[in-house]
Ligand binder design. Structure first.
Ligand SMILES: Cc1cc2nc3c(=O)[nH]c(=O)nc-3n(C[C@H](O)[C@H](O)[C@H](O)COP(=O)(O)OP(=O)(O)OC[C@H]3O[C@@H](n4cnc5c(N)ncnc54)[C@H](O)[C@@H]3O)c2cc1C
Length: 372
């Protein structure tokens, strides 16, 4: 194939951009390497901004049965502080959300090909597991995975943490404790997010540093559930649902892609390929969806990758930088104590931190979304 528009990667960014391009009159081709619905390493916290972006695609995430979340509890040792979030989020598995959004893209006129892996990129030319393509326009939405020939330049980012995710179906008393809340549990060497998702399940998603990883001796999730008092209280003795936890390393937190025209990058980079916000903010999906809307608007308007990347940096770079700075504070024991104490005394601090690390309302409005 020569000409046309190809989207590499069918996560939220890829599926959203493809949907918008199809609605704009193009017939894009989307390539997704997985053959069907799959679990993904993610806290499954769908923020209000992400929901607004999904709604603007004509996609109602609410019908997928997620758990509403309107409070956050920060826990460190025996201390905890709780604050109301300035919005209601949803706890929803990526297995369910991503599959439904890809179906939505196909129903909107996108040619979706699953089970096809992009192996190499040269300009806009692609070598895939299914043959070679040279589209006129390439949108690169492979998330955390870099493709040969188009690696992100993530020097200086916070890439030392190792992520894990597991699901549980705990007793009703634990589900009641977690009703309406996400718990961020801080511990020596990392932090965990615990929240309800659909069907009475609980998501445990955590990040640890190398020292904590080595100390756990192989079973990091089991070790933390046994030794971190809050995790033990919530999930101790509950059998995990995944045969093995999902894991990831080397995520470049704080990464923001530079100017495409300067480094010869001919692709529109979306989602985690454009910028990576620390996970605790729960806004990575919103940023991915925001990038999709900016990129689709630029493509449909005849703009360049460089113009799109500049718009992305204008809307998202500041919050990514703030979140990376907060993550640095939370990685030290003194910083953790300070955070819990500060929020305990001034609950408004948490609302401020939540607002300061999200896609700002002005950017959402500029992108044509109806937000308060
Ligand atoms: C530990 C952790 C917890 C997180 N928790 C949250 C949270 O609670 N809330 C939140 O909003 N964000 C969270 N995030 C961030 C969020 O997961 C990402 O920002 C978001 O998924 C980015 O979307 P994306 O479409 O760019 O990439 P992805 O969702 O990763 O999608 C990329 C897609 O591309 C496909 N792909 C990859 N390589 C290829 C290839 N070579 N060829 C073809 N297809 C390919 C993949 O199979 C995948 O489907 C978390 C991230 C981490 C690491």
């Amino acid at each position: 194939m020569v000409g046309g528009t190809v989207i590499a990667g069918g996560g939220l960014a890829g599926a959203a951009a493809a949907t918008l391009l199809a609605r704009g009159g193009l017939r894009p081709l989307l390539l997704e390497r997985t053959p069907g619905p799959h679990d993904k390493i993610c806290g499954d916290f769908v923020s209000t901004e992400a929901q607004a972006h999904l709604a603007a695609l004509g996609f109602d995430a609410g019908r997928l049965g997620g758990a509403p979340i309107d409070r956050v509890r920060l826990v460190s040792g025996e201390r905890s502080a709780e604050a109301r979030l300035p919005f209601t989020a949803l706890g929803l598995t990526r297995r369910r959300l991503d599959a439904a959004l890809l179906d939505h893209a196909a129903a909107s006129g996108v040619a979706v090909r699953r089970g096809v892996t992009v192996r190499q990129i040269d300009g806009t030319a692609l070598a895939t597991s299914d043959g070679n393509l040279t589209p006129a326009t390439l949108l690169l939405a492979t998330g955390k995975t870099d493709v040969r020939g188009a690696k992100r330049d993530a020097a200086g980012c916070l890439d030392h943490l190792i992520g894990f995710k597991q699901y549980y179906r705990p007793a009703p008393v634990t589900l009641a404790t977690l009703a309406g809340a996400i718990e961020i549990v801080l511990f020596d060497g990392g932090y965990a997010g615990v929240q309800r998702v659909e069907d009475g399940m609980v998501n445990l998603c955590l990040l640890v540093d190398r020292r904590r990883f080595d100390a756990a001796g192989g079973d990091v999730v089991g070790d933390l559930v046994a030794t971190v008092p809050r995790l033990a209280r919530l999930l101790g003795g509950v059998p995990p649902l995944l045969a093995r936890p999902l894991t990831i390393s080397g995520v470049p937190y704080g990464f923001v892609h530079g100017d495409g025209s300067r480094n010869g990058d001919a692709a529109f980079r979306l989602g985690d390929q454009a910028g990576v916000i620390p996970s605790f903010t729960g806004d990575g999906m919103a940023i991915a969806l925001h990038s999709a809307r900016l990129a689709a608007g630029t493509v449909l308007g005849g703009g360049s990758p460089a113009a799109y990347h500049a718009a992305f940096r204008r809307d998202c770079a500041r919050q990514i930088g703030r979140a990376a700075a907060l993550q640095r504070v939370g990685e030290t024991r003194a910083g953790q104590a300070l955070l819990v104490a500060g929020i305990g005394v001034v609950p408004g601090l948490l609302r401020w931190a939540a607002a300061a690390t999200r896609v700002p309302p002005a950017a959402l409005r500029r992108a044509g979304l109806a937000v308060a």
